[in-house]
Design a protein around this ligand. Structure first.
Ligand code: PGA
Length: 245
């Protein structure tokens, strides 16, 4: 049985002073029932692992190559060496800010798998695509292009993050989330067969303690990828508790 997953994406937030939030999370939660992952900036990964108890620590991006002349980049094996066990890939902010396309995301995910990291692959439509009725087609295309052949139920997590819900306070309706997650499960089933039911499907975009219970009651939602509300233990704990049920 897969554990549900509460994943926090700190984005470009956090200095050493904020490691206290990770200590507080570690004090508040043991590893029972729900897997908890925090992805701080790479500068904090090693220090975070020293304080994180049962909470796993991950990264927010990696380069597709294992090493070489790529100034400023970090490889999956470097992140694993620093203590990361997972990496977020294809986040819409990287797709938008750095022009990342599905093919690059798939290469990064394969590199993450090679380094022993769990790849959390993000997909999600823009508001214009949602309004044009294209959401399911966009997500299907992103999944086809971004999930590498190395993906298994244990080394891959898929996060549905509608771009228009990230950091906006807007969330899709329960029916919309359910429709997308059901479609994602069907796509994985076609690709992976029976193992697909063990792939964790996260919802992300303006998840807060208040809306978490409703979101986690939707079929095929196996957890959340949380930005703003993962920065403080006091905000993240209600979300984690909602997942514990
Ligand atoms: P948010 O971000 O929770 O702040 O909306 C989610 C994400 O980008 O992963």
């Amino acid at each position: 049985m897969k554990n549900r997953l509460a994943a926090g994406n700190w984005k470009m937030n956090g200095t050493r002073a904020d490691l206290a939030e990770i200590s507080a999370l570690a004090a508040a939660h043991d590893g029972a029932k729900v897997d908890i992952l925090i992805c701080p900036p790479a500068t904090l990964i090693t220090a975070a692992t020293e304080l994180s108890g049962d909470i796993a620590i991950g990264a927010q991006d990696c380069h597709p190559a294992a090493k070489g002349a790529h100034t400023g980049d970090l490889s999956g094996s470097m992140l694993a060496d620093a203590g990361a066990s997972a990496v977020i890939l294809g986040h819409s902010e990287r797709r938008a800010d750095h022009g990342e396309d599905d093919d690059l995301v798939a290469q990064k995910a394969a590199a993450a798998h090679e380094a022993g990291l769990t790849a959390i692959i993000c997909v999600g439509e823009s508001l214009a695509q949602r309004e044009a009725g294209e959401a399911l087609d966009v997500i299907a295309a992103q999944m086809a292009g971004s999930i590498p052949g190395t993906a298994t139920a244990t080394n891959t997590v898929i996060a549905y993050e509608p771009c228009w819900a990230i950091g906006t306070g807007l969330t899709p309706t329960g029916a919309q989330i359910g429709e997308v997650h059901g479609a994602m499960r069907a796509i994985l089933s076609d690709r992976m067969g029976r193992d697909s039911s063990d792939v964790r499907l996260l919802y992300g975009g303006s998840v807060k303690g208040k809306n978490a219970p409703e979101i986690f009651a939707i079929p095929d939602v196996d957890g959340a990828l949380v930005g703003g509300a993962s920065l403080k233990e006091a905000d993240f704990t209600p979300i984690i508790n909602a997942l514990k049920g």
